[in-house]
Design a protein around this ligand. Structure first.
Ligand code: NAD
Length: 335
């Protein structure tokens, strides 16, 4: 199969090329993101392989179909950037990587929590400047604190298990009740309202759908404990950024850790250090000492890259053999 890769970085190329001998496909790597201007690059290919910020709306899907594309292989778990209804209508199958290591993201959440709590990001800069003062670096013990997990799927459940090790009380909110969470000694399922009102730390692990878009808005923030730590490693659209900025300004939110941002497609994964950032909300977020942002790197471990390449190439091999595995189907469409 001839496969065109969009949004490729050297590390993607390396992880896929290492597996190639076993699969024998022809891979062509484009650095460009998929959008209306780059869709024509997909001509003469059978499959396109996309990542989180490639745009697959109805128009682009229809152009891809006209260009002869037979399969869309997402090299990620999330599919909020794909108009699934349109793809199904066009009979253009979409496959993804639902099951790569949940430890990568869950452990990154812990990195954000500990860094924000103990101000590691600030301490590192101070010490490099020979400023050895402690003023402003006061943290708190995680032991005994309450951690609220919104979405107790694969990543949420691993995160719950890790936080149990810190001696935290864990509250979960999800219509699906994870057996591994229920088995934890310090874990309890509660309503969304209870989770908001009781948690010292809230971490989001649900997908972005029509229902969860701006799940964290001004009203929801006002129900959280004063000074709460809010962490989002799921999808940027779960949070209303302006509402969070207002919450930070009045102290309702005490700490914010983000690995995703709702307008990230214009920023993340690129070196923009010589440019003026035009996104004023993002620029404002960067001014707070109690905000820590990483650029969608929670998935980025060696183990995850290996599994993503393996599953993606296997999804394509199965397609060649007439089977569709790991498909995004009607069941995934938000109502
Ligand atoms: P998963 O499908 O295993 O779990 C998601 C859980 O969210 C499910 O149990 C579901 O019932 C629950 N859920 C759905 N709507 C909800 C709502 N309104 N409130 C509460 N719970 C709700 O998914 P996962 O593998 O654990 O991944 C979680 C999210 O992490 C993904 O949706 C993806 O967007 C994100 N992700 C981010 C990165 C990264 O690098 N930052 C990497 C992988 C995944």
């Amino acid at each position: 199969m001839r496969i065109a890769f969009y949004s490729t970085k050297p590390y993607d190329r390396k992880s896929f090329e290492q597996k190639l001998k076993r699969y024998g496909d022809k891979l062509v790597f484009f650095e460009a993101k998929l959008d209306m201007h780059t869709v024509s690059l997909a001509k003469n290919f059978d499959v396109i392989c996309c990542f989180v910020n490639d745009l697959l709306d109805a128009n682009i899907l229809s152009s891809l179909k006209n260009n002869g594309i037979k399969l869309i292989a997402l090299r990620c778990a999330g599919y909020n950037n794909v108009d699934i209804k349109a793809a199904l209508k066009l009979k253009l199958p979409v496959v993804r990587v639902p099951n790569y290591t949940p430890y990568a993201v869950a452990e990154h959440v812990v990195a954000l929590i500990l860094s924000l709590d103990r101000k590691i990001h600030r301490a590192h800069i101070r010490v490099r400047e020979s400023d050895f003062s402690l003023q402003g670096l006061l943290g708190f013990d995680l032991h005994g604190k309450t951690v609220g997990i919104v979405g107790t799927g694969r990543i949420g459940a691993v995160f719950a298990n890790i936080m149990q090790g810190f001696g935290c009380n864990i509250l979960g909110y999800d219509s699906y009740q994870s057996p591994s969470c229920k088995a934890l000694e310090n874990f309890k399922y509660v309503s969304f309202e209870q989770l908001l009102g009781q948690s010292d730390i809230i971490s989001l692990h649900c997908p972005l759908t029509k229902e969860t878009y701006h799940l964290i808005d001004q009203k929801v923030i006002s129900k959280m404990k004063k000074g709460v730590m809010l962490i989002n490693t799921s999808r940027g659209g779960l949070i209303d950024t302006q509402a969070v900025i207002d919450g930070l300004k009045d102290g309702q939110i005490g700490y914010l850790g983000l690995d995703v941002y709702e307008e990230e497609e214009n920023l993340f994964f690129e070196n923009l250090s010589n440019q003026i950032i035009q996104d004023d909300l993002f620029a404002r977020l960067q001014t707070f000492p109690n905000v820590l942002i990483t650029s969608h790197q929670a998935f980025f471990t060696q183990e995850a890259l290996n599994q993503i390449a393996e599953t993606t190439l296997n999804n394509i091999k199965e397609f060649k053999e007439g089977k569709i595995v790991n498909a995004v189907t009607n069941n995934h469409i938000a109502t």
